[in-house]
Unconditional design. Sequence first.
Length: 286
Amino acid sequence: MAQTKELKRRIRSVENTRKITRTMEMVATSKMKKATDLVRAARPYGQALGDIVRGLNAPGLDEQFPVLRQPESRKRAAILLLTANRGLAGGFNANLIKEARGLLDRLRAEGVETELHVAGKKGISFFRFRGEAMETTRTDIGDTPTNEEAESLIGPLRQAFEEGRVDSVYVVSSEFKSALSTPPQSDELLPITADDGGSSGDRFLLSPAGDQILARLLPAYIRNVVYRALVENAAAEQGARRTAMKAATDNAGDMLESLTRTYNRARQQQITQEIAEIVGGAAALE
């Protein structure tokens, strides 16, 4: 009797868990659709903007625009890590943290001082637990990032690079390929490296001059790179959560089948025992 009660309790618990994971899967699917729309909208513009900026290359521009300055040596680097504020997304946050730790180790092995900037509660809590110093922390980036949020993240780092306080700026985020493929990546955002395809005059007819165009395009390009990283991260997070919740829902279904079979067998044994006791009692009365 006690065994069947315990099995019924476990079955109810698993059923409730399956309802929660199924709901979370549906929510993640809806959010992923919105996030992937943002990704598709941001990619063509970002790629075109990057081609233009890297193609506008002329002697002396690095003196006018510090973000084009190529340091002779890397002495100090800033790393911007983008993680999620929530868990239950499989290995999404763990993979990003692992990528950031690997980048930190590589730079430090080369003798480069590092400063870590983290956006997302999961990354903050991990590095805080490990005792890793963080220059800045942010937890206010939502599921639908904006250009203003991207500027607030990269603006201080761009200024630090322009003033020579850091020699390079890296961004660690996820690339959204599909709901099943969200690999982490580390990109060096600053300094901006121009293409080797020649100067601006070789590739474009410019009006006004290239330096006037760059004065507007360079900040927009840097901001857009971080914005794209944010929207790709948001889509990757929802894709990873959808995959994790679907797997949890399927596992709960398998567990329910197993528990139900066990419960039915236990109940049959109990009924058989009760019948045998009744028959035995009737025989004793005769």
